[in-house]
Design a protein around this ligand. Sequence first.
Ligand code: HEC
Length: 151
Amino acid sequence: MHRKYKIIAATALLASLSFGAYAQSAAERAIQYRQGVMRAQGWHLGNMAAQVRGDKPYNKDDFARSATFLSQLLQMPWDGYGPGTEAGAPTKAKADIWLDTGKFKSAGDDAGKAAAALAQAAASGNMDQIKVAFGATAKTCKTCHDDFKSK
Ligand code: HEC
């Protein structure tokens, strides 16, 4: 392709991409954002669960990487729960998130702390410590889901 046409094609592609983003409502983007972060959390929790259960051979570096990622991911979803994001796309977020935001935030803090402790345990490579910290972290996911996520 001639260079000039390549540039025109690239510009058209960029324009259509950014139009696509604007055509989506802000609420829809926020909902998809928080769900995407949650899915990534599920990925890394699952990778660690498989190693804790022995379904996958334990690898210290791989496990520690997932623990670090999870601890960072747990700081991210809350941007996606701003005012007006109760609806606008399919969501399992319960209205209580916006009615009892303090409780929701504190459930998020508990999860963040548990995952930070898990990342520390993972760096030690001590499986007894890891198992305890992993169980505590998984429990914080469940606690928040029981209260704030519909089935
Ligand atoms: C403070 C509350 C809270 C914590 C802590 C939390 N979640 Fe969630 N999670 C939610 C809510 C609310 C939803 C529903 C979001 C929606 O549908 O808009 C959700 C949805 C999900 C989903 C489904 C995403 C999708 O739409 O496909 C997965 C997977 C998930 N969480 C994994 C986890 C894991 C793993 C952890 C723990 C490491 C965790 N969550 C911790 C509140 C929480």
